[in-house]
Write a protein that binds this ligand. Structure first.
Ligand SMILES: Cc1cc2nc3c(=O)[nH]c(=O)nc-3n(C[C@H](O)[C@H](O)[C@H](O)COP(=O)(O)OP(=O)(O)OC[C@H]3O[C@@H](n4cnc5c(N)ncnc54)[C@H](O)[C@@H]3O)c2cc1C
Length: 288
């Protein structure tokens, strides 16, 4: 198995995949060492590895991608952002992946501090679509891109964002969504893409919220909404960490089940490097 988008497109049963962060401290490295074998037992279709927006995880992402490629039975998908690098650095990173046999990337813009008023020199990459074009020109990559069911926060409106996404997805092979909590947002995204003539796989990204505070911080960047019923359920658990975890898993499982019922090709879990939550979601859905 090498080209993840092809596997997702051709799979007769829903796929189950996970996202991991590269560890940033000895403690998180130790946690990841425990998490990896547990996740491997779930036989995820693939494991995607995030990239620090400012390039801060450059080597750590690379190392974890190669570790997963060489030491586990799951296929890695390497996230990469235009925001972090100039074009020649991006070329180097992609060349290194090609040389190591890493064929799957998630081409992203990232959230650059520079994205506002600072003009980039000509020839530098801004949008994710330009990274898709660059990777395509360099080798036989299978390329995924990000999709935002509720619209990307920088977009003037949802319609414009959908048109931009459709253009990007025409060149790429599949999309993975930002997390969201309302299945209707996913259905609307798929329907809009369909109307724009794009029918590549769109994997919903699902997250089990671990606290209302963390979730509120995350939605600031992502443009996702926290529906009242999700807010109420998390609020109801107060400070009880175990109860919050149980509710978070329930929220993620219920949403995933609904998405699969509506024809989603699989579920991509934002694990936040926590194996136990992911195992619970996987078990409840009968996936993996
Ligand atoms: C599955 C997933 C994984 C992620 N992983 C990471 C990660 O590892 N590291 C990280 O830093 N971030 C990550 N992100 C966050 C992502 O980088 C941000 O959401 C970022 O703000 C947008 O990235 P994008 O690739 O969607 O950008 P783009 O597709 O470039 O879109 C960004 C904005 O520009 C608009 N746009 C696109 N093309 C054009 C154009 N040609 N002209 C005008 N406007 C245009 C879009 O409508 C949108 O509003 C991830 C997001 C998702 C959904």
């Amino acid at each position: 198995m090498a080209k993840i988008a092809k596997v997702v497109a051709e799979s007769v049963k829903p796929t189950f995949s996970v996202e991991l962060w590269p560890p940033r401290s000895p403690a998180s490295e130790a946690k990841l060492e425990q998490t990896l074998p547990i996740l491997e037992k779930l036989h995820p279709t693939f494991t995607s590895i995030t990239y620090g927006a400012g390039g801060s995880t450059r080597e750590k992402t690379h190392d974890l991608v190669l570790k997963i490629k060489r030491e586990t039975s799951t296929e890695p998908m390497a996230h990469l952002t235009t925001a972090a690098h100039n074009k020649s650095e991006l070329v180097n990173i992609l060349q290194r992946y090609l040389a190591a046999g890493v064929e799957n990337i998630l081409a992203l813009r990232g959230d650059p501090p520079l994205s506002g008023d600072v003009a980039l020199p000509p020839g530098e990459l801004v949008y994710a679509i330009e990274l898709v074009e660059l990777a395509r020109s360099m080798g036989d990559f299978s390329i995924a891109v990000a999709a935002h069911p509720e619209g990307h926060p920088d977009s003037p409106d949802l319609k414009t964002d959908r048109i931009m996404l459709a253009r990007k997805l025409e060149l790429a092979d599949m999309a993975i969504t930002q997390f969201f909590f309302d299945a209707d947002d996913y259905s609307r995204l798929v329907d809009d893409l369909d109307r724009l003539g794009v029918s590549k796989p769109v994997l919903p990204g699902v997250m089990a919220p671990t606290s209302l505070k963390t979730l509120e911080r995350m939605v600031l960047l992502s443009g996702a909404k926290i529906p009242q019923k999700v807010r109420r359920r998390l609020d109801g658990a107060g400070d009880d960490v175990v109860a919050i975890k149980t509710i978070g898993v329930e929220i993620a499982t219920e949403l995933s089940a609904e998405l699969l019922k509506r024809g989603a090709p699989g579920i991509h879990v934002y694990t936040m490097n926590d194996a136990s939550t992911t195992v619970e979601i996987c078990k409840s859905l009968g996936l993996g």
